[in-house]
Write a protein that binds this ligand. Structure first.
Ligand code: DGI
Ligand code: FE
Ligand code: FE
Length: 402
């Protein structure tokens, strides 16, 4: 395996970092990329507005998730006591992955001074070095000279990773820009950030941001909600939002609220059983046996609690999220719209989806019956027990449509 090592402060990680990581994965043919946030450098204290090590690790995780299954964030340096030297890091990684080829990624400036680092010979013993280069012409000559020097002196393996031309930003400027969104600044920091990272910053109130979670704009709500889920779910959530808005306009319910419900509906999808149960207890939500056995069912309840108590959403939104997985007897038009948008948004693909996409513009109840029937059939086939609300909603709607 070829493993890339990408260290940095990541305070915060931005699209420039992600572009660089993608370029390295592609051009070096990496099988894995380890993103390793640094410890606070011992010689200088971090900027006052810095994120904590845990927060930087969490942002690095969100970035890694956005880069796909080959990338992962590592707490290797954050866990290590004392000064953390690159030579130690690559040695530890070599011990962890003795069979694999390691590539240390770095900017050109770093590459050009590498011989002055702590024990550079140990770095080259365990890893090749890949230097990011933006403008070929500027650095080509210096790079070749340095490459020859390092090869001669240390038998180093070196290579270059070409970066695409993208809007560059320094993390310090980005931090300032984030704060200035609340003090009348007119540059939008979101254009430099992976949306989930932006949302995490807002949720944690990092870098002087002052988002009021109970009064977020749609844009901020999206970012915060996306920071709570895995990247692979984002297309589905966006699809649900758009579909819910379209259905709401068509059936004459509030499209703005439908949008909020779509944005938030799966925000607790990845919660483990324990925090889910805690959340239900905290807000006095009853759970039944089946929900504790299949914690997947709990995300609609916890999601509705979060929509209400964290994001201050109105009742329709809260209720629709509450019943978006199993349905519930007595569903309103608004509830049905979220349930169906979730079911047949453009990323869904199953036998019968076309029929459902036709029915939602004709008769919401018929579409609901179709969806619930397909669920019951699928769950039965898989030997999964049917929730009483799934069956109850189906019985009610069938009774009414007869
Ligand atoms: O969250 P999504 O994946 O977008 O979709 P969803 O909220 O409809 O959740 C689907 C999951 O819920 C799927 O894993 C099956 C489960 N589910 C839905 N109805 C029932 C159910 N599980 C049980 N045990 N019983 C049900 O009646
Ligand atoms: Fe869901
Ligand atoms: Fe969903």
């Amino acid at each position: 395996m070829k493993i890339g090592i990408y260290g940095g402060t990541f305070d915060p990680p931005h699209l420039g970092h992600m572009e660089a990581a993608r370029s390295a994965m592609e051009q070096l043919g990496l099988d894995r990329l380890l993103i390793i946030p640094d410890r606070e450098p011992p010689h200088k204290s971090m900027a006052e507005e810095s994120a904590s090590p845990e927060q930087r690790l969490e942002m690095a995780r969100l970035m890694a998730d956005g880069l796909g299954p080959r990338a992962e964030a590592s707490d290797l340096e954050l866990r290590r006591e004392g000064k953390s030297y690159t030579a130690d890091t690559v040695e530890v990684l070599h011990e962890l992955y003795p069979e694999d080829e390691l590539w240390l990624l770095m900017g050109t400036d770093m590459f050009l001074t590498l011989q002055n680092w702590y024990q550079p010979e140990r770095i080259f013993q365990y890893a090749g070095v890949a230097a990011f280069s933006r403008n070929q012409d500027d650095t080509e000559e210096m790079f070749q000279e340095q490459k020859a020097f390092l090869e001669e002196k240390f038998h180093a393996r070196t290579t270059v990773v070409k970066l695409p031309e993208i809007r560059e930003i320094a993390s310090r400027d980005l931090r300032r820009m984030l704060a200035s969104e609340w003090t009348g600044g007119n540059v939008d920091p979101a254009q430099y950030l992976w949306e989930p990272v932006y949302g995490y910053i807002l949720k944690e109130g990092l870098f002087g941001t002052k988002a009021d979670l109970k009064n977020l704009s749609d844009k901020h709500l999206r970012a915060v909600s996306y920071s709570m889920v895995k990247a692979k779910r984002l297309a589905h959530i966006r699809g649900t939002e758009e579909t819910a808005v379209a259905l709401a306009k068509y059936w004459g319910v509030d499209p703005d609220k439908a949008r909020r419900a779509g944005i938030l509906h799966d925000c607790t999808k990845y919660w483990e059983l324990e925090p889910s149960v805690e959340c239900c207890q905290k807000y006095g939500i009853e759970m039944d046996e089946l929900e504790i056995q299949s914690p997947k069912l709990l995300h609609s309840k916890t999601g509705s609690a979060v929509a209400k108590h964290v994001f201050g959403e109105p009742d329709d939104v809260v209720q629709a999220i509450f019943c978006h997985t199993t349905g519930k007897p007595g569903m309103t038009t608004f509830d049905k719209i979220l349930y169906l948008a979730d079911y047949m948004e453009p990323n869904r693909d199953f036998d019968g989806v076309e029929e459902m996409r036709r029915l939602v513009w004709e008769d919401l109840d018929k579409a609901m019956i179709l969806g619930l029937e397909m669920n019951v059939e699928d769950l039965t086939e898989r030997g999964v027990p049917i929730h009483k609300n799934t069956q109850g909603t189906l019985d009610e709607l069938r009774g009414r449509s007869q």
